[in-house]
Design a protein around this ligand. Structure first.
Ligand code: ZN
Length: 153
């Protein structure tokens, strides 16, 4: 399992998802966003897995994208140039990243994964953690990546 989540201390994925040590690879960045940098990190990680056959276990991969309410990304909306740099897009395209609406942002990032990654046994889901209630809401249930060009080797 891999989790992409925000750096916000209130949203520690191990804690809010009840994960044990060794259960998931966790990537954290501002907002838990799927940026080009996130995709590059994931691509590099897939090579680590492929190279290290001793610990690489075949089987389904689950990727969970975990966004949350009251995210600091809301405050960053006042800094469109910095945000545009973060997403490596033009400031005029920022609106489609939905930085102030976690329900839409998590859907947006699931779509980024579906557009960019292909593999036969890979699921992606989108979740929201409510920092007030401690509840997790599934916005996008586990969705299989389409069988791409079998580029996973
Ligand atoms: Zn956050």
């Amino acid at each position: 399992m891999m989790v992409v989540a925000c750096v916000d201390p209130r949203v520690d994925p191990a804690h809010v998802l009840g994960l044990d040590n060794g259960e998931a690879a966790i990537l954290r960045n501002v907002g838990g966003r799927i940026t080009p940098a996130t995709l590059r990190t994931m691509a590099l990680l897939s090579k680590v897995g492929a190279a290290n056959t001793a610990t690489h276990r075949p089987g389904d991969w689950n990727l969970m994208i975990l966004h949350h309410t009251d995210c600091g990304m809301n405050d960053l909306a006042s800094f469109p140039d910095a945000l545009a740099d973060y997403f490596e897009i033009a400031p005029s395209e920022l609106e489609r990243k939905h930085v102030t609406d976690p329900r839409r942002s998590v859907r947006t990032d699931v779509d980024v994964i579906l557009e960019n990654l292909h593999g036969p046994a890979f699921f992606v889901s989108g979740l929201i953690y409510d920092v007030d209630t401690g509840q997790i809401e599934t916005i996008v249930p586990p969705t299989p990546l389409t069988l791409g060009e079998a580029s996973t080797r």
